[in-house]
Design a protein around this ligand. Structure first.
Ligand SMILES: [Zn+2]
Length: 258
């Protein structure tokens, strides 16, 4: 135990005072480091949140692929415009995971596999209603590649989904049968992740499903509003916002949550 006592000249013993200060400093540093890891990126000056990267946070970037951007087969209007925001916010995360839609060319959700159906109509599958899509993100094609402007080299993992012919997959956690796991939950648990931030495309499908699964699995979950855009079919955007509220998913700018 440290002792503080007066010495003959009336000041605290210098050695003990130094020990006390060092002791206090190191104990608070241990506490701080248990929650936060300091980032090495000093290139930005956009506020305090640049100062740290929490080891309990993950950024999941959903399906930022060519086919979901202008010029692709299932484009989200202005979908490529969110890439700049996504690249910027990557600097605030220690853990980044990408999801990648990854379909065989005869996937059961494609209109080419269902010639009597219209695009964006639905059909019954054993696991429920399935939207009919134009062929997109076919394994090994340019359309399935990540958009060239997306920074991908900071990501630790890429979760591929939808590669089983008879099951579509919107969520990064489970395929649309809601049973088949992608493995993402196991990765997050082994990394001791507590908070999940979701960005990417499209807000009303894969982002929504990923975020709601994340919340249901027990992670504090936030969708970064300026880092996502919707396909916007019917009432899909309003339903998405309602579902976020129901499931306690935060929806706003990153600065509001971090
Ligand atoms: Zn798909």
């Amino acid at each position: 135990m440290l002792s503080i006592k007066k010495v003959e000249n009336g000041t605290m013993n210098m050695l003990n005072r130094r020990s006390l200060v060092l002791g206090l400093l190191s104990s608070s540093l241990i506490f701080y480091q248990s929650k936060l890891t300091f980032g090495h990126d000093n290139s930005s000056n956009s506020g305090n949140i640049e100062q740290y990267k929490s080891s309990e946070d993950v950024l999941i970037i959903v399906d930022m692929q060519n086919d979901f951007c202008p010029g692709g087969t299932l484009p989200v209007q202005n979908g490529d415009r969110v890439i700049e925001v996504i690249n910027k916010i990557q600097k605030k995360f220690q853990y980044i995971i990408l999801t990648q839609d990854w379909h065989p060319e005869d996937h059961s959700s494609f209109v080419t596999t269902n010639p009597k159906k219209e695009v964006f109509s639905t059909k019954k599958m054993p696991y429920g209603n399935q939207v009919i899509w134009p062929p997109h993100c076919i394994i090994g094609t340019k359309g399935a590649e990540f958009h060239k402007n997306l920074i991908t080299n900071k990501a630790s993992f890429i979760i591929r989904k939808g590669f089983r012919k008879h099951i579509d997959s919107y969520s990064g956690f489970f395929e649309n049968d809601r049973v088949t796991s992608t493995g993402l939950d196991g990765i997050l648990r082994s990394l001791n992740i507590k908070r999940v931030f979701v960005a990417g495309l499209a807000l009303d499908f894969c982002v929504q499903y990923t975020a709601i699964d994340s919340a249901v699995l027990g992670y504090s979950t936030y969708v970064i509003q300026d880092a996502t855009l919707p396909v916007n079919i019917g009432n899909s955007v309003q339903e998405t916002v309602n579902n976020f509220k129901k499931n306690n998913v935060g929806f706003g700018k990153l600065e509001e949550f971090i």
